[in-house]
Design a protein around this ligand. Structure first.
Ligand code: HEM
Ligand code: HEM
Length: 217
């Protein structure tokens, strides 16, 4: 396939049967992802533009985000030993470097699940949003006369630390989500690989030699 226009490379891989369509995302992952995205956006919006009537909603979105992070981490741990793509493993440094080097080639990764960099960024995103939710449980809103359920358990000094973390992470969140969307766009445009459709339908074009890589790091 040498000398072939780059935009045709992915198609050529498919025609040459080097890639096959496989169902890689369990319905759990797909439903979880879109619900999580809505909940995080809802939580951020009701926090950023908080009013007396939306603070309760902010708490509900926050609890939902925390539950979803917890459920995803448990699912990620349970799926580590299965063929399912949802296992969350910590990729080795070597694999991260190897994968990062392959980013410049305009060839679809064809990974049957998240690639090593994707897994790392998703673990970091879960930890960050988990931190946001957990710190929220311990703060109070002076402007809206509302106290989170666990605020009374800690000292005022700790509350102000939690408040600092809650505000700082909330300021970072739009950039983190923006980076996530840019990465998806990078795959679509640069690597000619649509990651969005698989997150909706479950089906993805996967390289044949990658079909057993669900649990590899
Ligand atoms: C993923 C979950 C969450 C997100 C994205 C989020 C986001 C935000 C944002 C953007 C703000 C405004 C920050 C600012 O103006 O600088 C805020 C404030 C606040 N959040 Fe959250 N939050 C989450 C979870 C929670 C939870 C679980 C609680 C408590 C149950 C909570 C309680 C509060 C309170 C009380 C404030 C107002 C603090 C103040 O007035 O200084 N948040 N949150
Ligand atoms: C606040 C908004 C969002 C958050 C917090 C978020 C978070 C996440 C997380 C945690 C995952 C990993 C899912 C899993 O392993 O089960 C993921 C994957 C993914 N997200 Fe999002 N997401 C958001 C919005 C979006 C949007 C709007 C799109 C589409 C344009 C999108 C496209 C994707 C895709 C394609 C994947 C799979 C990546 C891969 O194949 O490795 N996300 N997202």
């Amino acid at each position: 396939m040498q000398g072939m226009p780059r935009r045709l490379y992915g198609t050529a891989l498919k025609l040459n049967h080097l890639m096959q369509k496989e169902k890689i995302w369990h319905p759990f992952n797909r439903v979880w992802h879109w619900v999580f995205a809505l909940v995080v956006i809802g939580g951020w919006y009701t926090g950023q533009f908080m009013t007396f009537s939306t603070i309760a909603w902010h708490f509900y979105f926050g609890y939902a985000a925390l539950i979803l992070v917890g459920v995803r981490l448990v699912w990620g741990a349970l799926m580590l030993t299965s063929k399912n793509s949802g296992g969350l493993y910590l990729p080795s440094f070597e694999n991260l470097i190897l994968y990062a080097r392959s980013l410049k080639s305009r060839e679809p990764s064809g990974t049957a699940g998240h690639n090593p960099l994707g897994t790392l960024s998703i673990i970091l995103m879960l930890l960050l949003i988990g931190t946001q939710g957990l710190t929220g449980l311990f703060i109070e809103s002076i402007d809206f006369f509302e106290t989170a359920p666990l605020t009374h358990l800690i000292s005022e000094a700790m509350q102000s630390k939690m408040n600092w973390w809650h505000h700082t992470v909330s300021a970072l969140l739009p950039y983190i989500v923006g980076l996530h969307l840019l990465a998806v766009l990078f795959y679509l445009i640069w690597k000619k690989e649509n990651l969005i459709m698989p997150m909706i339908t479950g089906w993805k074009w996967v390289k044949r030699d990658n079909t057993d890589s669900h649990t590899q790091s």
